[in-house]
Design a protein around this ligand. Structure first.
Ligand code: SF4
Length: 254
C-alpha cells in the first residue's frame, strides 16, 4: 500500500488505534456492502446502536436508548426493531439499521462501500433516497464506492473512475459520463446496457486482463487499449487537469 489519506489534517493511514476509534462513528460513518457481516449476529440492534452512542460519550442509559430509537425512526424503521436480532430482519431492514448506526452521531463524512449492491433491485431506490436525504439535511460529504455507473450518476456530484487501483479520470459526474476523456471510462460507459441504445459502440478494449498484483509498467491499460503507443508502454501517465476534469492518459479522447 502506498500514499496517505488525510481527514481534518490527520493522516488516517498512520493514526493510532485509539485515534481511529475516536474518528470512526463520531466524525466518519461507515456503511458496508453486506449489512449481515457488519452487524453482530449475537446482539440486538439496540445494544449495537447504544454501544456507538455510549462509546463516544454522546449519551447514557435511557437517553442513549431514546437516541437509538429515534435513529431507527429516522431511517423508516419501527422502534420495536431495537429489540430484534439482525437475522430477524430483511436485507433492506438490516441496511437501514447499518445506516442508522453510521449516522447516529451525525458525522460530517460517510464512506458508503457498495451499500446497495447486495440488495434486491426493488429496495435499492429507497435506501439511496435515505442516504440522499441525510446528505442534504445534515450537509454530509459522502465517498460512495460503486461498480454501477447508473447509481453513480444518481448519487454523485463528482466521479472518480479507477482502473487497477489508480484514478484514471475525475470530474463532475455528468461531464465524465456524458463525454469521457479516458479510454477506460469510454469503454466502461459503452459496455453499459441501455434500453434506449441498442446499437453497439465500436470502442472496445482488447480482451486482455492484466495481473492486478503485478500490473504492467507504463500505462496500466496499454495491453488492452486500442489507442496505445510505445510511449504508453514506457511512461506512466499522471493526472492532468483539463478544465474541470483530471485525466491520466497521454492521448485523451476529444
Ligand atoms: S495512456 Fe495510452 S494506453 Fe493508456 S489509456 Fe491513454 S492511450 Fe490508452
Amino acid at each position: 500500500m502506498e500514499g496517505s489519506i488525510f481527514f481534518n489534517g490527520i493522516d488516517v493511514t498512520r493514526a493510532s488505534d485509539s485515534m481511529l476509534r475516536r474518528i470512526r462513528g463520531k466524525d466518519i460513518g461507515m456503511i458496508f456492502q453486506d449489512p449481515m457481516a457488519s452487524l453482530d449476529p449475537l446482539r440486538t440492534v439496540g445494544s449495537q446502536l447504544m454501544e456507538v452512542i455510549e462509546d463516544h460519550e454522546a449519551a447514557y442509559g435511557r437517553d442513549a436508548e431514546k437516541l437509538a430509537k429515534s435513529s431507527l425512526l429516522s431511517v423508516g424503521l419501527s422502534e420495536n426493531i431495537f429489540y430484534s436480532y439482525p437475522h430477524q430482519l430483511s436485507g433492506g431492514q438490516r441496511q437501514r439499521v447499518a445506516i442508522a448506526r453510521a449516522l447516529i452521531l451525525k458525522p460530517n463524512f460517510i464512506v458508503a462501500d457498495e451499500p446497495v449492491s447486495m440488495l434486491d433491485v426493488s429496495i435499492r431506490a429507497s435506501i439511496l433516497d435515505i442516504l440522499e436525504r441525510f446528505k442534504r439535511e445534515l450537509s454530509i460529504s459522502t465517498l460512495f464506492i460503486t461498480h454501477d455507473l447508473a447509481v453513480a450518476r444518481l448519487v454523485g456530484n463528482r466521479l472518480a473512475i479507477m482502473y487497477l487501483g489508480k484514478i484514471v479520470e475525475e470530474g463532475p459526474v455528468d461531464e465524465v459520463l456524458g463525454k469521457p476523456l479516458h479510454p477506460f471510462t469510454k469503454a466502461l460507459i459503452d459496455s453499459m446496457p441501455s434500453i434506449k441504445r441498442r446499437e453497439k459502440s465500436n470502442f472496445r478494449l482488447k480482451d486482455v486482463i492484466p495481473d492486478p498484483i503485478n500490473p504492467p509498467s507504463g500505462c496500466r491499460l496499454y495491453p488492452g487499449c486500442p489507442l496505445a503507443t510505445k510511449e504508453c508502454m514506457l511512461i506512466e501517465p499522471t493526472l492532468k487537469t483539463l478544465g474541470e476534469r483530471r485525466v491520466a492518459c497521454h492521448y485523451p479522447l476529444e
